[in-house]
Write a new protein. Structure first.
Length: 491
């Protein structure tokens, strides 16, 4: 058995060196694959971020497949994992071999080779598992980078909805990656504890899993019992005392190591293998299980936030689409077309300063003055006064997401009073000045969201809609002057 012990030490030395540089090596491998995938292409930021994310997912998938292909090799010794059992399993196998009656030198060398292969396979599983942990830890940042890059790309509602569907699909892949990084016995416990997921959205599934994982981790920690040192060994007048913990098994444990510890505790409690350090093994098993469960729970919490955001954006896009239909029903198909064109025209543009807006609004004055009398202006003011601010707040959030508005829109609430005053007086200069003090230079879609929110939340007339369209368009550019004037003339 000396040869087996020597070979095991050599294997340990080889893999310990790999484990020491695993983070650096895995990161380097990932960067090399990213560079190869881009092949010196000049990619826009969204495309580059998408490649980085896809390459990482593919590398994780590759390592998972390698893990699956190697895993059966570790069970060549009585179907047990060799982690923590290499002092027991090879000796037992050797006794069987010597008692078999066919113990020739060639068969002996094959047996030693099998010992080495089993142990190397186990350590390779550990390396692959830790590598996937490293790569999985990068997924959240990669997703956020891609989301930020995509957020500034002008897209229509259909394309933006499709982007969210793709994000949700990737989140589903990440859920599987994180869940499958749990030891198999914990995966089984999770499925049983989670129960039915029928009827849940993806976000609800993630939150349900997260809560389940947290409960499981809490239960594991509560079940930890005090660690008791093994009884001393006495022989020939010599007494050997043992420490409370097994010096050869300690945290942190990788996925395959924790699976092996679970097997060891089972064997110690259900077979005559012996109970030395059992209390320590059991306590470590529960503590490390809780650590793995908590880590997975934290990862799923981040996924739930991303999933919720994507689902909210899809709901907001549907809300915006329904709003266009409502505009058509209330004010006609030309108003619907104008609203759509206004939102498309605002994408990628910033809000003008007051001087530019006033100059643009002057182009509407003649047409508006012929259409709007005192009663019309008062009607618009009353509509604004009847505004339900809670509904307006929800509308702002929905339209903001649906139109890809970046940033907080709550500042726009202070424009309501100014809009009401200007609608009464007919003088919109104070409104433009107020806009300049609040949001000049920010994304123009914020003002479109503001206008749509007002329209949806108030009993506004068709004249009020036309006036607001002219005001908001003035703060963006002159592209719709002709169409808006023609629309107002034909009211």
């Amino acid at each position: 058995m000396n040869e087996q012990v020597y070979n095991q030490q050599q294997i340990d030395n080889e893999y310990n060196a790999r484990f020491n540089t695993l983070l650096t090596d895995t990161t380097r491998e990932l960067e090399e694959r990213k560079n190869a995938a881009k092949s010196a292409q000049v990619l826009a930021p969204p495309e580059s971020a998408a490649v980085d994310q896809q390459v990482t997912l593919e590398l994780i998938d590759l390592k998972k497949k390698q893990y699956i292909s190697i895993a059966p090799n570790i069970y060549g010794l009585f179907g047990q994992s060799p982690f923590f059992m290499m002092e027991v399993l090879p000796r037992q196998k050797m006794r069987e071999f010597l008692n078999s009656g066919s113990a020739d030198s060639q068969a002996l060398m094959s047996l030693y080779a099998m010992f080495d292969n089993v142990y190397k396979s186990a350590l390779e599983l550990k390396a692959l598992s830790l590598s996937v942990d490293i790569l999985a830890g990068k997924l959240a940042d990669l997703a956020n980078s891609r989301n930020q890059a995509e957020s500034v790309v002008p897209l229509d509602g259909t394309a933006w909805f499709a982007v969210q569907s793709q994000r949700l699909s990737i989140i589903g892949l990440e859920l599987n990656i994180h869940a499958q990084q749990l030891p198999e016995f914990l995966q089984t416990e999770l499925v049983a504890a989670a129960g039915s997921l029928t009827g849940m959205t993806q976000t609800q599934v993630l939150l349900h899993y997260k809560a389940t994982l947290e409960r499981m981790a809490s239960t594991k920690m509560a079940e930890i019992k005090p660690v008791v040192a093994p009884p001393p060994y006495k022989s020939g007048g010599i007494t050997i005392n043992f420490r409370a913990n097994n010096p050869k098994i300690s945290a942190p444990l990788s996925k395959p190591e924790l699976e092996a510890l679970n097997e060891l505790v089972y064997l110690q409690t259900h077979t005559p293998i012996g109970t030395k350090w059992l209390s320590y093994h059991d306590a470590l098993l529960k503590a490390e299980s809780a650590r793995h469960l908590t880590s997975t729970s934290n990862a799923l919490g981040g996924l739930a936030e991303r999933s919720n955001e994507a689902e909210q954006i899809q709901s907001a896009i549907k809300f915006t689409t329904d709003f266009y239909k409502e505009v058509s029903e209330r004010f006609g198909v030309r108003a619907e077309a104008l609203a759509k064109e206004l939102s498309e025209n605002a994408k990628g543009k910033t809000i003008r300063n007051a001087g530019e807006a006033i100059k643009a609004f002057d182009q509407y004055k003649d047409v508006l003055s012929k259409k709007f009398g005192v009663q019309d202006r008062e009607a618009i003011a009353r509509a604004l006064d009847a505004l339900d601010k809670e509904v307006m707040s929800k509308n702002l959030t929905a339209f903001g997401k649906g139109l890809k508005t970046i940033g907080n829109l709550t500042d726009l609430f202070s424009l309501l009073a100014e809009a009401q005053t200007s609608s009464k007086s007919g003088d919109w200069i104070p409104f433009f000045v107020k806009v300049e003090s609040l949001v000049v230079g920010k994304g123009a879609t914020a003002l479109v969201a503001f206008m749509f929110g007002l329209t949806a939340a108030t009993p506004m007339t068709i004249l009020g809609f036309a006036l607001l369209t002219a005001v908001i368009s003035s703060l963006i550019d002159d592209a719709l002057v002709g169409k808006i004037n023609d629309y107002v003339i034909n009211l």
